[in-house]
Design a protein around this ligand. Structure first.
Ligand code: 5GP
Ligand code: ZN
Length: 112
């Protein structure tokens, strides 16, 4: 398996786990951009948001439900946070396995 995030989800590469269930794995970003920076990934390999299909509707909805839970447990649900998914080169997607960045814990600028 060559995908970095598939390997992290499988426990082959160490990470700091924040949340896990049968469909989703969430862990701290190695280079955090804010006090809270968690990556939420499906265990199933999906290249990016552009590769989602109708079959993934429930999975995507579940990823957002996980994001809400993690926002609560990280203490940013009330203060606010950002969910970002980069798609492709112009967005700077560097790992080609769908992930939501959950970023918060400070006032975020849009132009970052
Ligand atoms: P992208 O640029 O694709 O939207 O986001 C990839 C994210 O993965 C980056 O924020 C980067 O810091 C993070 N990342 C890359 N490699 C690793 C790793 O080995 N472990 C962890 N925890 N995060 C990583
Ligand atoms: Zn993968």
């Amino acid at each position: 398996m060559s995908c970095l995030f598939c390997r992290i989800a499988a426990g082959e590469i160490p990470s700091t786990k924040v949340y896990e269930d049968e469909l989703v794995y969430a862990f701290r970003d190695i280079a955090p951009q804010a006090p809270v920076h968690v990556l939420i990934i499906p265990k199933k390999h999906i290249e990016s948001a552009q590769a989602l299909t109708k079959e993934d509707d429930a999975l995507l909805c579940h990823m957002f439900a996980c994001a809400r839970k993690i926002a609560e447990s990280e203490g940013v649900a009330a203060s606010g946070y950002r969910l970002i998914t980069n798609v492709g080169d112009d967005a700077g997607q560097s790992v080609h396995h769908l992930h939501l960045h959950l970023i918060g814990g400070k006032t975020l600028k849009w132009d970052n």
